[in-house]
Design a binder for this molecule. Sequence first.
Ligand SMILES: [Mg+2]
Length: 365
Amino acid sequence: MGRSMRQVRHLLVVATNSVSHSVSVLPAQYFDVALVDLDGVVYRGADPVPHAAQALRRARDAGMTIAYVTNNAARTPQEVAAHLTELGAPAQPNQVITSAQAGANLIRRTLGEGSWRILAVGGPGVSAALLAEGLQPIHSADDGPHAVLQGFGRNVSWTDLDEVATAVGRGVTWVATNPDTSIPTPRGHSPGNGALVQAVSLATGREPDFVAGKPYTPLMEDSIARTGARLPLVIGDRLDTDIEAAISTGVSSLLVFTGIASTLQVLRAPVFQRPHFVGVDLRSMFDEHPPLHQTPVGWQVGDARAQIVGSPAQVQLWAPLVTCAQWASAFRLLCHVAWSTDADYSTALAQLQGALAHLGDGSAR
Ligand SMILES: [Mg+2]
């Protein structure tokens, strides 16, 4: 966790200009499994994201396997699936893959078979994941834990953190479910699991031995193994979790603008957080994502064309922006120009932001 692990990992990421591919792609037909993030993609807090449930049903009916891949370790897969079903999304508990499950699986593989005692901190999802792996959740550092699994839960207290710190101080293997430092709430931001993990880090001078959730790879690798995916597509709303995890795992990704990421963030994204595809929302699984072509004067994606003019250099964009598919082509084109040149793209970005405000549900930036 923390900076050092991230830096090491980033050295392993192969530099990629992610938007390039040579053929038109219709994601729902091209990919066999969708690894879908939840908050900001299917729902926002208690509210459904417009079009999401319907698009997921359509993808399922088109033969795609849908799995929900979430850093949220507090809830059990049963609870998550019940919530999704309420929203109309196709979801059985075995389609929900949590960072608590990935953390428990990682501990079981690290320790091997056996009736190991694991200090469990977090919501019901943490203990449930350990039990499902045949591990025994315990709650005191004095009961001789063989490992610690630390995840988020609304009732996690100082006493729980004290148990983690005591076990960690004694050298017990420490696994964190996910590194998210904050949780968005209607009132602002609350401490997430990463913040509680850092409290223990500050107290003990240690960092977790493993982090299961996005942007680290165990959760993605588990999701691919469990679904038997040959050609998975990661779909998410955050660059620093969903897209980075996809790139670190070496799989394709689709960023949707129904959650956290803004258009400006994507244009400024470092190479290890650049999505392959972009879409206004989940309906973009059924849109053509045409290849990028070089033209005599610039570049083209679908009907969108761009070139660099003037001094200082500016990006000039010509694109019909009536449909979501046209918008996605134009934005992917602008991504290519922004990621490969130093030209000023502010006018083209304003054009695309204006269109997105009409095409999206009003939350996108
Ligand atoms: Mg999200």
